[in-house]
Design a protein. Structure first.
Length: 96
């Protein structure tokens, strides 16, 4: 983590920003910046998970207070779902 001294009170714990002010951390990028194939796989897998896992995913997004935290969680959860992983143990049902 990069430290920048911004005030006399101590170092700032913020990550460096790009020239236009956006975060340089890819986890802070908006969901629209997640690749289309990853979003497609995540969306398809999310449609197959049970209610406990749907609730767990949505709860983690909804309880984020800061926008940066919410964006980070969304990116992490989309990646997790695209890999076919869930928060709780789960075996997807085969569609008939």
């Amino acid at each position: 983590m990069a430290f920048r001294h911004c005030s006399i009170d101590g170092p700032s714990l913020q990550r460096p920003r790009t020239v236009d002010g956006r975060s340089s951390n890819p986890a802070h990028h908006s969901p629209s910046r997640i690749s289309a194939p990853t979003r497609t796989r995540a969306k398809a897998f999310f449609a197959t998970v049970n209610a406990a896992n749907r609730y767990a995913v949505l709860w983690r997004i909804q309880t984020a207070v800061k926008a940066d935290t919410r964006a980070t969680r969304i990116a992490q959860l989309v990646d997790m779902l695209a890999r076919g992983e869930t928060i709780h143990a789960f075996k997807p049902k085969a569609k008939a």
